[in-house]
Design a protein around this ligand. Structure first.
Ligand code: ZN
Length: 148
């Protein structure tokens, strides 16, 4: 099995059986996201204690990539501080949008499975929806995050 197949397997697994697919109690932040191009929808709730995300979960529907991205994101950010999460998002975003991709896949851990999505610009929106929703939840601006 090559790396690409392995990545695909992880995405399909998380898409079918998303982790942290529940709302944590208690929670003090909520974000909602929508990707009109694909129809992906997600509601994310988290408990922020000081600057640490102590618990996080989501409920959503949409394509495997959007759900798998939310699933792996919740795993990646749980227990992390806001500066750590910001750095992770920045690396993830670079991996998906820069011409060179990321030179730091190791730091991304499981999030690296989305590296191949870079070749499909429409799918980048699916893969980043959860993260935009997270930003919205942390900013607590209200309303809905969209990928547009
Ligand atoms: Zn999608």
């Amino acid at each position: 099995m090559d790396l690409r197949e392995l990545y695909q397997e992880v995405i399909l697994d998380h898409g079918k059986n998303p982790r942290n697919h529940r709302f944590p109690e208690p929670h003090n932040r909520e974000g909602r996201g929508y990707n009109p191009l694909c129809g992906d929808k997600v509601t994310l709730r988290l408990q922020l204690d000081g600057d640490t995300i102590s618990d996080v979960g989501f409920v959503g529907q949409g394509c495997a990539i959007s759900q798998a991205s939310c699933s792996t994101m919740t795993q990646a950010i749980k227990g992390k501080t806001l500066p750590e999460v910001e750095e992770l998002f920045s690396k993830f975003h670079t991996m998906l949008t820069s011409d060179e991709g990321s030179d730091d896949l190791e730091a991304l851990g499981k999030l690296a499975v989305f590296a191949g999505v870079r070749e499909f610009p429409m799918r980048v929106k699916c893969a980043t929806l959860g993260w935009h929703t997270l930003n919205q939840a942390l900013g607590d601006a209200g309303g809905e995050a969209t990928t547009e």
